[in-house]
Design a binder for this molecule. Sequence first.
Ligand SMILES: C[S@@+](CC[C@H](N)C(=O)[O-])C[C@H]1O[C@@H](n2cnc3c(N)ncnc32)[C@H](O)[C@@H]1O
Length: 275
Amino acid sequence: MTTQAEQTLTMIREVCALGRAELDRPHTTEGDTAAARALVHGLRAIDLAGEPSDISLSLELLAPRAPYFDRLILDAIAAGTRQVVNLGAGYDDRALRFRHSGVRFFDLDLPDVIADKARRLQALDTDITHVALVGADFATDHVGDALARAGHDATRPTLFIAEHLVLFLQPRDVERLLADVSGRGAPGSVLALTTEVHPAGLDSALVVSTVDQVMFDGASPLHSIRARDTWLALLNQHDWQVENATVATAIDHFELPLDDKPVQIQTHFLTATAG
Ligand SMILES: C[S@@+](CC[C@H](N)C(=O)[O-])C[C@H]1O[C@@H](n2cnc3c(N)ncnc32)[C@H](O)[C@@H]1O
């Protein structure tokens, strides 16, 4: 039985994939852009009313976000990184668009999502031998073990990306994920993620519960929204150092009424290096 929060998460996952497919996006010389587009074929991002979502609404958020992660992957490949771990990959097509000899991609997501992605990839006429699809629930599974089983080499640098993921995890699961990933991050590794940020001084639990009540009628899939400094401290605690931490790369995500005042929730793009 699928819960309302799970249905909303499914819709958001598909909106991300369909929205990105609308954008003009870079690729490597070996990248397969046709297969990347075909990967999302047939997704409909059905909303709770049973209607396909209006993808155009998401483009404002995706337009700055997608190139941020695209650029990091292209730069990492150019710098010699040979492992890209995509945490909460959903239907992200980067493993296809950024195919490059010697580079291995690890796409992790919930087991049912990965099973569907595997079916879709196998149906395409494209090489996927460089892609490891790893089904893992970050709330219960040990990501370090899952990566090891999938052939990830913890002695070599990795680019880890988590685009629009940690918002959907419980705070304790974010911490566990950061610790697990830290254990797989050899020197030279990079972790890039989006974090949802509320203004400093607010109670994060109150912000999250207000989102739940006001925006999702008690069935919110959004669980982790924190002050920027709290996110930075958390990364630090798990041996990830954010360069230029005082300069925020951020976009407005949504506004929330809190004590009858509007509060702006932003998405911050953070890139951290290991050690
Ligand atoms: C908003 S989608 C973003 C997907 C992808 N990163 C993108 O930008 O298209 C969030 C993803 O996180 C995954 N996710 C959420 N909770 C998870 C969990 N507990 N374990 C593994 N993946 C999870 C969802 O299944 C979903 O694919």
